[in-house]
Structures are given as C-alpha cells and as structure tokens.
Ligand binder design. Structure first.
Ligand SMILES: [Zn+2]
Length: 170
C-alpha cells in the first residue's frame, strides 16, 4: 500500500500530507528536503531505487493560512472512531444532529455526531435528554494535528518524532 508523506514548513510545523510522487517532485526541484524515510520501503524505477520519504521539510517558509479540518461524513466518523455515540454500534452509521435542526440545532462539529440508524430513528425529532439517550463523549472540533497524530499512530510511526506535544495540543 502506498504511504503518505508529511510536509513540514521551514519552522517544522506540519502543513500538508501529500502522495509520495508529489513529495519526490518537491525534493527534485529542491523545494523540500527529506527528514525521515520509511526504512522498509523503496521506490524503484527501471534502473534505480530511491529512499521512500516519510517526512519532508520545505526549503522556504510558506505562509499558509490555517485550514480547519473539513466537516464531512468521513472526518466526522473518524473523529467518533466509527462508533454510534449513543450505543457504540459500528454498523449502519449515519449522522445525527444532537439538537435537531427543527429546534434550531446547527450543522457544525459540536452539534453533529456519528449515530447508528436505529438510534437515529429512535431519537427522531427529540433532544438526547428527551429521548433518554446519553452521549458517549463530548463532540469537539478536531485540529489538523489531531488527524495527523491519529494517522501517524496507525500508519506512519516515522512521523511521530516530528509531531511535537506543542503541535499535538494545538
Ligand atoms: Zn446506536
């Protein structure tokens, strides 16, 4: 499986995650340097093999405005560990407005949670209290660093030394 590459700014703050082809192009153009590689992987062409970058750093500081994590189905399921936040089921997942839209509930990170179809239907147009449901965890707005750390733990341990506690808490 193809691994992703973490891109750091000149000051070592994470700015992006890119496919390996893009990372190699950035390095060939001397726009970035390799800081860490995936040891067990190599990139092979017809007559050569290259180190497989895991973390690269831009050679020039890039002023990149903060981008929040996109609010969409996938990211919401990821934040909630793919579990219904009422009963813990991992099946037939959908998205629930904690405070229903009809009662003025907003479509944002703190009013949306992952719910299974059954809990969603049982809850209907009620608030969790009215429906007798208790949330397993408080919904929060995730940061880019939160997702990076999460990905690193599952797929890219090589990133961990570059995700400092300062960054992970932001
Ligand atoms: Zn449920």
């Amino acid at each position: 499986m193809e691994k992703r590459v973490l891109v750091l700014n000149l000051d070592h703050s994470p700015v992006a995650v890119v496919p390996v082809q893009k990372a190699i192009v950035l390095c060939l153009l001397e726009k970035a340097n390799v800081l860490s590689t995936y040891e067990l992987l190599k990139i092979r062409t017809v007559d050569r093999s290259f180190e497989y970058p895991a973390v690269i750093r831009l050679t020039h500081y890039k002023n990149i405005p903060f981008r929040g994590v996109l609010l969409n189905r996938n990211n919401l399921f990821k934040r909630d560990n793919g579990e219904c936040q009422y009963c813990g089921s991992k099946r037939h997942l959908t998205i629930d407005h904690i405070i229903p839209k009809s009662k003025g509930g907003k479509t944002n990170w703190t009013n949306l949670i992952t719910a299974c179809n059954r809990c969603n239907v049982n809850k209907g147009d009620k608030t969790p209290e009215q429906a007798g449901l208790i949330l397993k965890s408080e919904p929060f707005k995730p940061s880019l660093s939160y997702f990076l750390a999460e990905y690193a733990e599952r797929q890219a341990e090589e990133w961990l030394p570059f995700l400092s506690s300062r960054i992970m808490n932001s």
